[in-house]
Ligand binder design. Structure first.
Ligand SMILES: [Zn+2]
Length: 255
């Protein structure tokens, strides 16, 4: 088992994930500084207290997540929940590495590409680009499937029943678009590119009417469930690259 200098690892990740090219709602990279050397990484979706406790239990020196801290617009003071979390990290000298949009968009480790692998969907193109960064993808199937067939594939592959909103008129599916997390508002973009179905994590009240009226199947497959795979893939790659110990810890979240 090897170790790597934390600063070298952070630099490598910044380069790989092209962190400087994103205009994000949070800092990407080292959010909380802990030990100077890394040997044991815990990855997860969100840097919740439960994930930090799991890292402490496993004597990890580094936590790698998609959802870190310091979101634009949140109260800046270190109090309450934020104090509890930071206190645990600092007391145990644990690094917190967080990658938000760079880890959605990446061509290999991105949540969107990883979700395609889990769902066994080919990547045929991009849903859209924002500031030159890919936001979401789409797949063209060789043979059309029904709305129910896609629902059961999601259930089987993600281990969780998606909320399925079917369009008013019956419609089979050949083009499927998706964007992980809370990207339900991109349903309009999915309609624009001719998708028959759109998958994201969450759902809002208007999504129902949009799907019905614009004639597209919508699946709210879970914010957590659709974003479980990027941090995991990145952690596995780091472990192999630097000969480190890595474990993905899935703190279950029904949302
Ligand atoms: Zn997210």
């Amino acid at each position: 088992m090897m170790t790597v200098l934390r600063d070298d690892l952070v630099k490598q990740l910044s380069r790989m994930l092209r962190v400087d090219q994103f205009n994000d709602y949070c800092p990407n990279g080292l959010q909380v500084e802990g030990a100077g050397t890394v040997r044991r990484i815990i990855s997860g979706v969100t840097a919740s207290q439960a994930l930090i406790e799991a890292a402490i239990e496993r004597q990890a020196d580094t936590v790698l997540v998609h959802h870190g801290y310091f979101w634009k617009g949140e109260p800046a003071a270190v109090a309450g929940m934020k104090k509890q979390r930071l206190k645990l990290l600092l007391e145990h000298d644990i690094n917190l590495l967080a990658y938000h949009l760079p880890l959605d968009a990446h061509a290999e480790f991105g949540n969107n590409v990883q979700l395609a692998r889990v769902l066994d969907l080919p990547v045929s193109g991009e849903l859209m680009k924002q500031n030159n960064q890919v936001m979401g993808l789409f797949a063209d199937l060789d043979e059309a499937i029904s709305g129910e067939q896609l629902a059961s594939r999601l259930h089987e592959k993600l281990g969780r029943q998606a909320l399925h909103i079917a369009p008013s008129a019956n419609k089979t599916i050949k083009r499927i678009a998706w964007c992980t997390g809370g990207a339900q508002s991109y349903i309009h973009r999915a309609v624009d590119i001719g998708a028959d179905a759109y998958i994201s994590g969450e759902v809002s009240e208007p999504t129902f009417h949009t799907a019905r009226e614009l004639g597209i199947h919508y699946y709210a497959a879970g914010h957590h469930a659709t974003e479980r795979y990027g941090a995991k893939a990145l952690g596995e790659w780091l472990a192999a690259e630097y000969d480190l110990v890595h474990e993905f810890v899935d703190i279950d979240n029904p949302v």
